[in-house]
Design a protein around this ligand. Structure first.
Ligand SMILES: [Fe+2]
Ligand SMILES: [Fe+2]
Length: 295
């Protein structure tokens, strides 16, 4: 293990080393990257997006399969990206492109003894689905960015698992058998944590700033009331609801919410009870996002 203690700044070289090594293994497909950038850019047209997607008809068919899934509840069969945009909007198309890309990263790799990428992917989609429900129902937002933040929040773990598989197994074992937060185990063993790694990758992949912040702060306690309606808090709340419903990354550990998030959940207990009940039905509708054979 290399010693990175010479670095006294927040962005440790461990984080960067992990990313550099990860990039040798996995590059985000150019088409996905282009689509994400176009959709984030003001004034892009459906035409431009269609033109890029046309280069990958298999991707398009996978996207349309998800568009036509129960999750969006469209009553007609959507057979083109242009129609899909009309029904679900550009940001949802972006989310589906990212889901498709992430699936390729998470699935098709054998599980280690302490960690299952399949389970982590199910956990990430659960947090995404739940974050979107919270954003819509409790905050009156459309929730596409909340969904994306949920889907991507643990992206850093994927990098750690890929680049430092053995130390990462140790992290998971110690986390599972102990009572410390996972980020503390990671910092002790890897010299960084999955929040920092995920945020750096999100910067390189040019995901929206809000989403990047949510990735980097999803384990940071919320200290102001106003922050409860921001993406990092939405992801934390969704995380707790999804974990409690059984969609945990490490089944043995259920972390309790703390501070303002705990208080918020208590104050709005009734709304969250209803949300938790409907969440299971929503997850069934979202099956095409996390199913292995739906690729
Ligand atoms: Fe998580
Ligand atoms: Fe996490």
């Amino acid at each position: 293990v290399i010693n990175h203690s010479h670095d006294c700044l927040g962005t440790s070289s461990s984080t960067e080393d992990l990313i550099i090594n990860f990039q040798e293994f996995k590059t985000i497909p150019q088409i996905s990257l282009r689509v994400c950038q176009l959709i984030s850019k003001e004034g892009s047209t459906i035409r431009e997006i269609e033109e890029i997607l046309r280069l990958d008809p298999i991707l398009v068919s996978r996207l349309l399969r998800m568009v036509n899934s129960a999750y969006y509840g469209i009553r007609y069969r959507v057979e083109s990206i242009a129609k899909a945009v009309v029904f679900i909007g550009l940001k949802n198309i972006r989310n589906l492109v990212i889901i498709d890309t992430m699936k390729g990263c998470f699935l098709g790799v054998a599980d280690g003894p302490n960690f299952s990428r399949k389970r982590l992917w199910l956990h990430c989609t659960a947090v995404g689905v739940c974050a979107q429900m919270i954003a819509r129902r409790l905050l009156g937002m459309t929730g596409e960015d909340a969904f994306l933040a949920g889907i991507l929040h643990d992206l850093g773990m994927l990098v750690e698992d890929q680049v430092q598989p053995e130390p990462f197994q140790t992290v998971l074992r110690q986390y599972r058998d102990g009572d410390r937060p996972i980020v503390e185990e990671e910092r002790a063993i890897l010299g960084t944590d999955h929040c920092a790694v995920g945020a750096l990758l999100a910067t390189q992949w040019r995901f929206p700033d809000d989403v990047k912040t949510a990735i980097s702060a999803h384990h940071t306690p919320i200290t102001s009331e106003a922050d409860l309606v921001q993406l990092p808090a939405i992801v934390q709340i969704a995380h707790y609801v999804a974990d409690a419903a059984g969609y945990r990354e490490i089944p043995e550990r259920l972390e309790q919410p703390t501070g303002l998030v705990a208080e918020h959940l208590r104050q709005r207990a009734m709304e969250y009870r209803i949300l938790a009940r409907d969440f299971n039905a929503e997850m069934r509708k979202a099956a095409s996002f996390y199913e292995v054979d739906a690729a």
